[in-house]
Design a protein around this ligand. Structure first.
Ligand SMILES: [Zn+2]
Ligand SMILES: [Zn+2]
Length: 209
């Protein structure tokens, strides 16, 4: 079974997920929110080797730890990003809009696309493009493990904001319908902020849907 460690980091309490295959000890970081060194140490404590940095979307609070991770891991853990969020990533995730400054992340080494399969050890993950919060937002789904990492697309009882550059409410709702609600009800959703939820719960109770 996959092991998932949640770290809530940074000025807007963003969830960073360390996701590992305990047998091969390979791990990826999904959304290095802040403090790359602390994330690397957490993986090292468990004997996990970080082989990739997967970014759901390039807002600063989901990538600010990438520079620190790169200093420790170098190109052994390439940043994976959808090209539609590359410009945002290269502007430090819009940090200036929030009066923040972050260290620029390394150049992404892997371009994500809809329908792509990524792996953590022996576990395959499907990449689904889910724009609306940002244009290049993706989610990472494991059908065998019934989990999806969905960034700021959907939260327990809420949805991502659409008032930032590149946001679009109708596009976001369409993404949720086609990319989230098409997953089985017992799929656990790990969001970029707040607690985890299930597809079935959101289908029934999310007031935006
Ligand atoms: Zn965001
Ligand atoms: Zn966020």
């Amino acid at each position: 079974m996959l092991e998932i460690v949640t770290m809530t980091l940074g000025p807007v309490s963003t969830n960073t997920y360390l996701v590992a295959d305990p047998e091969s000890r390979q791990a990826v970081v999904i959304d290095p929110a802040w403090d790359g060194k602390a994330i690397a140490e957490k993986a090292a404590q468990r004997g996990w080797q970080i082989t990739g940095i997967w970014i759901t979307h390039a807002h600063f609070d989901h990538m600010a730890g990438a520079a620190g991770l790169f200093q420790i891991l170098g190109s052994a853990a390439p940043v994976a990003l959808h090209p539609a969020d590359l410009a945002l990533y290269q502007k430090q995730g819009g940090a200036a809009l929030f009066g923040m400054r972050i260290e620029p992340g390394p150049e992404p080494g892997l371009q994500l696309f809809h329908g792509q399969t990524l792996t953590i050890g022996l576990y395959p993950f499907e990449v689904r493009h889910a724009p609306g919060h940002t244009q290049g937002h993706v989610i990472f789904c494991s059908k065998t493990e019934s989990v999806a990492f969905c960034g700021d697309v959907i939260f327990r009882g809420s949805i991502g904001r659409t008032d930032l550059p590149g946001g679009n409410f109708d596009v976001l709702i369409e993404s949720i319908r086609t990319q989230i609600l098409t997953l089985p009800d017992d799929t656990t959703l790990y969001s970029g902020h707040g607690s985890e939820t299930k597809v079935g719960f959101e289908r029934t109770y999310n007031p935006f849907l």
